[in-house]
Design a protein around this ligand. Structure first.
Ligand SMILES: Cc1cc2nc3c(=O)[nH]c(=O)nc-3n(C[C@H](O)[C@H](O)[C@H](O)COP(=O)(O)O)c2cc1C
Length: 386
């Protein structure tokens, strides 16, 4: 089975192609597109592709040890699953499939505030490998309730996302028929319905959703009998709420590890350290928020230099191979998160699609290390061409 999958889908891009046919276009645009003209997304790719390593000869064959100790825990691989809001709209039950996969493989799974599945359900599946991603609600009572729930569910790391001061314009989603900006964002329009009917596998799986978006973390806080959709309530709570003072309040309340996501400037990294975070995620949100961002990988070295060699840095945005993960590690990251590829895997293959994505990434990492003759991160960094 695994062998067959590796022959059929040896790279992430092979999964991406099939996934695009299996999901209705308005959903696919939500998953795959960037913002604006897609320049930041393209820049992420160009910058990663431009990085090269020069191998050193004749180190022979060896089996690299990929175990990574990070933020007080040992992970089997140097990457995890990035938080993806509404994963279960992209493919029903995705949060369940991906958290089960992550726990099996001993890698982290980050659950979004706006996931379809609940902190409690996913925390139980993660058995200590779960991280919780917070979009901080304006209402502190809701925030502290979410944090308490995450702690009770044994979510080991809190990821606070700082790079969404406002929703992005999502032009491709609008054009594909998603009801952005509508007063009832969970309404199914005739255009959406037609697309759904043309994608029967997705439609069958989506029967689970009973035609409506679910936000199991947030919906309990929405006013009962409100004339507004739950999604409007959530949008009102989450957009533009975070400030450095608010981050300090969150830091005070959350006793576990806390990382700030979306850092692109050395000065913000230093301010985050002053505010008491345990790590940062260098990320431009996969090119989804602002179309003039630098490629995340191009700012990573200066951030590493600013924070010193021991401060934990996670990298994401644009990773599509194990080699990309090695590039991030060589440029200064300790760990990587991978977003869209895991959903491509599920859409293309089904419930075990995430396992295959992880298998591709692991195989590519191991193979590339042997090709370079690099047995550890220090040797990997020596092979990097500056
Ligand atoms: C469909 C989608 C939804 C996302 N939702 C969230 C979210 O709820 N919270 C968050 O912090 N980041 C979110 N992100 C950003 C990812 O966590 C991550 O930064 C990004 O996907 C990395 O880029 P990649 O997809 O190229 O790997 C989302 C990304 C995608 C593609």
């Amino acid at each position: 089975m695994t062998h067959n999958l590796m022959s059929k889908f040896p790279r992430i891009k092979d999964l991406e192609k099939v996934a695009s046919k299996k999901i209705p276009p308005f959903i696919h645009a939500y998953l795959a597109a960037g913002t604006g003209s897609g320049n930041t997304m393209a820049r992420n790719r160009r910058a990663l592709d431009a990085i090269t390593f020069t191998p050193e000869l004749m180190h022979g064959h060896f089996t690299p040890n990929l175990e990574t100790k990070f933020l007080g825990k040992s992970y089997a691989l140097p990457f995890g699953v990035a938080p993806i809001g509404l994963s279960s709209m992209i493919w029903p039950l995705s949060e369940h499939y991906l958290s089960e996969m992550a726990t099996r493989l001993k890698i982290p799974y980050a659950l979004s505030t706006v996931a379809g599945a609940s902190i409690e359900d996913i925390g139980e599946k993660c058995k200590g490998y779960g991280w919780f991603q917070l979009y901080a609600p304006h209402n502190r009572d809701i925030t502290f309730s979410l944090l308490d729930r995450a702690e009770n569910a044994d979510m080991g790391v809190l990821v606070v996302t700082g790079d969404v001061p406002a929703p992005s314009r999502r032009e491709d989603m609008r054009k594909a028929g998603a009801p952005i900006g509508s007063t009832n964002a969970s309404r199914v329009t005739p255009k959406m319905l037609l697309q759904i009917l043309q994608h029967p596998k997705w439609a069958l799986a989506a029967l689970e959703l009973r035609g409506k978006l679910q936000f199991k973390n947030m919906e309990r806080y929405a006013p009962k009998n409100s004339t507004h959709a739950v999604s409007n309530f959530i949008a009102g709570q989450l957009h533009g709420s975070l400030s450095w003072e608010y981050l300090a309040e969150i830091r005070k309340h959350w006793k576990g590890r806390l990382v700030l996501k979306g850092v692109l400037r050395p000065s913000d990294a230093l301010r985050a350290i002053d505010t008491g975070v345990d790590g940062i995620i260098v990320s431009n949100h996969g090119g989804r928020q602002f179309d003039a961002n630098p490629a995340s990988i191009s700012v990573l070295p200066s951030i590493r230099q600013a924070v010193g060699s021991n401060f934990p840095i996670i990298f994401d945005s644009g990773i599509r191979s194990g080699l990309d993960i090695l590039k991030a590690l060589a440029m200064g990251a300790d760990f990587a998160l991978v977003g869209r590829p895991f959903l491509y895997g599920i859409a293309a293959i089904g419930s075990r699609g995430g396992d295959h994505v992880a298998a591709i990434l692991e195989d590519e990492i191991s193979n590339a290390l042997v090709q370079m003759g690099a047995k550890n991160i220090a040797e990997l960094r020596q092979r990097l061409n500056h």
